[in-house]
Ligand binder design. Structure first.
Ligand code: GSH
Length: 209
């Protein structure tokens, strides 16, 4: 019997972080995945009973406690099973890795905010807000492009490599809707292309384009 239940959704970038951590730590046999539908105006009782705010991903522990959010789950798996190797790198110390992972989460969040704003009923979306989020994304991607050893950091199996690869792939896949073209940052785009050699990264890609 599996030790953990992961409530997630194939299209969620936050859930993808957790699925990559599970794979990199070799824990597939310990986790059973349960896909749940979520959305801006969907109340999912299964998800809400595990996480009161109704967000995925959520992971059960051995004693039945539910853990969220994605960063907490990755940290738990890394501590419990991984001997903290997702925080180990010759390129950056653990605080730098965590900070890059946090920036990656923020990139995903700004991208989702734009998608949500653009999905509002006609006449209700706020263009200044979209412009501001796009400006933040450009600023963040410029900063990543200036990072020393960025390509190597992105390819590593660390919290930073996981977060950054998922975030950049989200920007790439949703680029036309977000209004950001990753090709504007050739070094980031190339790093992501090299990540295509990682079978798990490809297998966890969202089903929708
Ligand atoms: N900070 C959370 C964010 C999770 C999140 O926003 N998940 C989205 C799916 S990508 C969700 O559940 N949205 C439904 C909602 O917000 O009601 C994490 O890292 O897990």
């Amino acid at each position: 019997m599996s030790t953990h239940r992961l409530i997630s959704n194939r299209n969620s970038p936050y859930a993808r972080k957790v699925r990559l951590a599970i794979g990199y730590l070799g824990l597939q046999g310990l986790v059973i995945e349960q896909d749940e539908k979520i959305g801006q105006v969907v109340f999912n009782e299964t998800v809400t009973s595990a996480n009161p705010i109704g967000q995925i991903p959520v992971l059960s522990t051995e004693d039945g406690t539910w853990l969220h959010d994605s960063s907490v789950i990755v940290e738990y798996l890394n501590e419990r099973y991984g001997e903290r190797r997702l925080l180990s790198s010759a390129l950056a110390d653990p605080w730098k890795l965590r900070t890059l992972a946090s920036l990656a989460d923020a990139i995903i969040q700004s991208s989702i905010l734009i998608l949500r704003e653009r999905s509002r009923p006609a006449g209700l979306s706020w263009s200044d807000f979209i412009d501001a989020q796009q400006h933040k994304l450009v600023h963040a991607l410029d900063a990543l492009a200036r990072e020393t050893s960025f390509q190597a950091i992105l390819l590593e199996q660390t919290v930073a490599g996981i977060g950054l690869s998922v975030a950049l792939d989200f920007v790439l896949l949703r680029g036309p809707l977000i209004g950001i073209d990753l090709a504007r940052w050739p070094s980031l785009h190339q790093a992501l292309q090299r990540k295509a050699a990682d079978d798990l990264f490809i297998a966890t890609r969202p089903a929708i384009k």
